[in-house]
Design a protein around this ligand. Structure first.
Ligand SMILES: *Cc1c(COP(=O)(O)O)cnc(C)c1O
Length: 453
């Protein structure tokens, strides 16, 4: 047996893959990625694939980016881990300083953890304890949105709103106040934007009016709800939410885990409309997609509430073993260096335009119900009937079909149900982007048949 076959067998024998129906997986030929190079993934047979979802939304400047590789190796030559519990390390310090400088004004303190879920857990616990420390013991609840995704740990899942992911665990989760997120293609209120004047905001205000005395914080994915299917928010929604939080004395937590680090066309999604959250969560792109790291940033106001004498125990009793890991922080610093050196954000603008233009052509396919784009985040929603917006039966596994078709044409994507996600590294070239979109377009057409009438 070839070494490749042995690996494939061992993969199926030993690994339980995340978010994967393992019975399906057993029936498929696994793709085992051995190497990466720029926008490409290379498997154990040497086959090359365009990385159409940035290895689950994390790769920023491509794979094997020399500066980031080197920063990690150099850090290994010094030390790979020491604790941040009572000690410190240079990369963690320098990164905290730079994050405070580049994030919206007012965010002054950086609390590290390992991934987006823990970053959100930190934000929730911080907001909860903040009010307790201020003597406002009634403010214990959270407002979150329909279709929200903030991670898979139990606290993060509690503020989640995707039934498919969260409903089974509901008995384990704490109850939240759920506000309507805009989903203009399938408006739950049956309205049309912009004629609706964002009626959903009025419903959020109702919740705040009735409950603000019990509410510690509101948590939101700014501009785009990623995991729900790249659901974009109309302009004006986020600043209005900010204004309501301020007016009703509720902390605003911006979960920029997916949208941060250039994804939406600005460094942070909050930058588009000058929104300043009280707490911000960063992960995914923070290390350029190299290592697990998260940062929860807070205002001086929030941080200050935790200050006191040792015996008062106002301490934030939270922390993970690998908090502030020097290798991950070194990668994150190199990631920011490359942002500056390459002028990544500036050079993204024409690629975003190209993406918009090419996406127009997707509407030629009958099964394409909606095309949503915010910067370099795209969701193409496939439906059985464009007029009624009726989805395909899940048995048809249309999204998976498109994914497998694209794979045979040298493109890796990972759909969310029947929503095709297109989210390449920000460093992708225009030529590669054309290729990527061409393959995905063809794959959707092949799997769903038919052009629009
Ligand atoms: C991915 C994601 C998370 C969870 O991050 P993990 O690193 O997978 O735990 C949280 N919030 C948002 C908006 C995300 O997209």
């Amino acid at each position: 047996m070839s070494w490749q076959r042995r690996l494939e067998q061992a993969d199926k024998q030993y690994i339980w893959h995340p978010f994967t129906q393992m019975r399906n997986y057993q029936e498929m030929d696994p793709v085992i990625i051995e190497r990466g190079e720029g926008s490409y993934l290379i498997d154990i047979y040497g086959r090359r694939y365009l990385d159409g979802v940035s290895s689950l939304w994390v790769i920023v400047h491509g794979h094997r980016r020399e500066e980031i590789d080197r920063a990690i190796v150099e850090q290994v030559g010094r030390i790979s881990h020491s604790t941040l519990l009572g000690l410190s390390n240079p990369p963690a310090i320098e990164l905290a300083k730079q994050l405070v400088e580049i994030t919206p004004a007012g965010l002054e303190r950086v609390f590290y953890s390992d991934n987006g879920s823990t970053g959100c857990e930190v934000a929730l616990k911080m907001a909860f304890q903040y009010w307790h420390l201020r003597g406002e013991d009634r403010k214990t609840r959270f407002i979150s949105f329909t279709n929200a995704y903030h991670g898979d740990t139990l606290g993060a899942a509690s503020v989640g709103g995707i039934d498919l992911f969260h409903e089974a665990y509901r008995p384990l989760l704490f109850p939240v106040l759920q506000a309507d997120a805009p989903y203009c293609y399938r408006c739950p209120l049956g309205l049309n934007w912009p004629a609706c004047g964002m009626t959903c905001l009025g419903r959020l205000e109702r919740i705040l009016k009735d409950h603000h005395q019990e509410v510690a914080a509101l948590i939101i994915e700014p501009l785009v709800q990623g995991a729900a299917g790249m659901i974009t928010q109309p302009l004006g929604f986020l600043p209005a939410v900010r204004e309501l939080c301020t007016r009703y004395g509720v902390l605003m937590i911006a979960d920029e885990v997916a949208v941060g680090f250039g994804r939406t066309g600005t460094m942070f999604a909050c930058d588009h409309e000058g929104v300043k959250p009280d707490v911000m969560v960063l992960a995914k792109g923070i290390t350029g997609g190299y290592l697990p790291l998260a940062a929860t940033l807070a205002t001086e106001e929030v941080y200050g509430a935790f200050l006191g004498e040792y015996h008062e125990f106002k301490t934030f009793f939270h922390g993970h073993t690998y908090t502030g890991n020097p290798l991950a922080c070194a990668a994150a610093l190199a990631n920011l260096d490359v942002f500056a050196r390459d002028e990544t954000i500036e050079r993204l603008a024409p690629k975003i335009d190209l993406l918009s233009r090419r996406l127009e052509q997707f509407k030629d396919i009958a099964a394409v119900g909606d095309v949503r784009q915010q910067g370099f985040m795209t969701g193409v929603e496939l439906v059985a009937d464009r007029k009624t917006k009726v989805p395909f039966p899940p048995q048809e596994k249309v999204g998976i079909g498109v994914m497998l078709e694209a794979r045979t044409r040298g493109v890796i994507i990972r759909p969310l149900g029947d929503i095709i996600v297109i989210m390449p590294p920000l460093s992708i070239t225009e030529g590669e982007l054309e290729e990527l979109l061409g393959v995905i377009h063809q794959s959707i057409q092949t799997v769903t048949g038919g052009t629009a009438r």
